[in-house]
Ligand binder design. Structure first.
Ligand SMILES: [Zn+2]
Ligand SMILES: [Zn+2]
Ligand SMILES: [Zn+2]
Length: 426
């Protein structure tokens, strides 16, 4: 590569902010200082949240997700610090069982006779008991004891309806809070308001879990403290009852409910716990369904699923989604577009409007800051979408190398600040 090529590649990668697969825009640009018009190709960052797709953009997304969660717990970025004193819980809601899978129980074992409920083998002659003690990295984890017994369709349809189930749960929590406060549901906002942020995580068995930060604020504005009758204990009780009662109707008329495992943790503790929760949510926000490249994009054919997915269980789930799409009852779910997410059709991170700031606000602040860093004439332009990626495939590699170097420099700077006892910025 000659010097000219090198500097062109560096310029392109720098312009796209070290993005691996930038969006290419073509158009006319007018230099507002000189009036000069030029034909230009701009490369802008892809903003993909998934690490496997774009390390650089996913890093920024993860940082934004962290700020989004943490500011709702501790205040900051436009959210008042007084939210720290409001009842706040970290809630994990799980899917029911669609067939026994290899697991690590609290005692360290897998599926015992007690848990499987039956000492006899399944109709296919497979034992429904596993005496192994699985390591955390065991690829068997989350896989069914008998693949033929596992209800792949039920699992996919559960994933496809989990957003509705969540919505029903929130409605029930609001209704119960209003009950406790002695008002009708439509008047809840006159006494208190419920705010939340939730993130969906696909577990190893291919089912969605929902992690959520739930907070109660005062009426109308989050600056106002909630009434004294909303304690953390009241909120936990209301959530527990609502989760047990919540239901969503599947498009074929069947009912969808949460699994029996529910975890509720009090966040009225230390800021340390709050930052831990923020890191936890941020970590899940950059994953694909299973962290692999194969499940990062939509499938275009049934044959592609069979060819790409070596994992039998994941292949079974993706195929179930693909085939269910043919049934008229489920047409509205567009399951083929979501086969790579095992039927999950919702947004990964969602939140109530008042929880904290937004991704859009954080991105716009960053864009303004970056614009302020550049020393060039102001420009104006009209652009249209031309394509994705760089013309030269070496630019993608260069983007990833530059991103890694940036990360290492950041880590070193952080380590230096920590050793000099400065308080690190998140
Ligand atoms: Zn990118
Ligand atoms: Zn096992
Ligand atoms: Zn079986």
């Amino acid at each position: 590569m000659n010097a000219e090529e090198r500097s062109r590649l560096l310029f392109e990668v720098h312009q796209a902010g070290n993005c691996s697969h930038p969006v290419r825009l073509r158009g006319e640009m007018v230099n507002l200082a000189t009036g000069e018009v030029s034909d230009n190709v701009l490369r802008v960052a892809c903003k993909d949240r998934r690490r496997i797709v774009c390390p650089s953009c996913s890093y920024l997304y993860k940082a934004d997700a962290w700020i989004l969660v943490a500011s709702g717990l501790l205040g900051g970025k436009g959210t008042p610090e007084s939210v720290k004193t409001h009842p706040r819980l970290f809630v994990t809601l799980t899917a029911p069982s669609f067939g026994s899978v290899h697991t690590i129980t609290p005692s360290g074992g897998c599926v015992s006779r007690m848990r499987s409920g039956s000492p006899s083998p399944c109709p296919h002659g497979r034992s429904l008991i596993c005496r192994k003690r699985h390591e955390g990295s065991d690829p068997m984890l989350g896989r069914p004891l008998c693949a033929r017994c596992f209800d792949f369709e039920g699992a996919v349809l559960w994933n496809a309806h989990v957003s509705r189930l969540w919505n029903n749960t929130v409605q029930l929590i609001r209704r119960s809070l209003a009950d406790v406060g002695g008002v009708v549901q439509s008047k809840l906002s006159t006494v208190a308001q419920l705010n939340y942020l939730k993130v969906a995580e696909v577990q190893r068995r291919g089912l969605v879990h929902v992690h959520s930060v739930v907070r109660v604020d005062g009426p109308e504005s989050i600056d106002v403290d909630p009434p004294s009758w909303v304690t953390t204990e009241t909120l936990a009780k209301v959530i527990r009852e609502s989760v047990a009662d919540a239901r969503a109707l599947r498009l074929d008329g069947a009912t969808v409910r949460w699994g029996s495992v529910l975890d509720i943790r009090d966040l009225a503790l230390t800021s340390d716990d709050a930052t831990k929760v923020a890191s936890y949510v941020a970590k899940y926000s950059t994953k694909t369904t299973d962290g692999s490249k194969e499940l990062a994009r939509r499938f275009h054919s049934r044959r592609q699923i069979v060819g790409l997915l070596d994992d039998r269980h994941y292949r079974g789930l993706a195929l179930a989604a693909w085939d269910l799409a043919e049934r008229p009852a489920f047409a509205a779910l567009h399951l083929r577009d979501h086969a790579h997410a095992f039927g999950f059709t919702g947004q990964l991170i969602t939140k109530s409007r008042q929880y904290s700031t937004t991704f859009a606000a954080l991105r716009s602040t960053r864009a303004q800051y970056m614009a302020g860093q550049r020393e060039s004439d102001p420009v104006e332009g009209t652009f249209h979408f031309e394509g994705r990626g760089y013309d030269d495939p070496r630019a993608t590699q260069l983007a990833e190398v530059l991103f890694t170097i940036h990360q290492e420099l950041r880590q070193e700077a952080l380590a230096a600040r920590l050793s000099s006892n400065e308080v690190p910025e998140p």
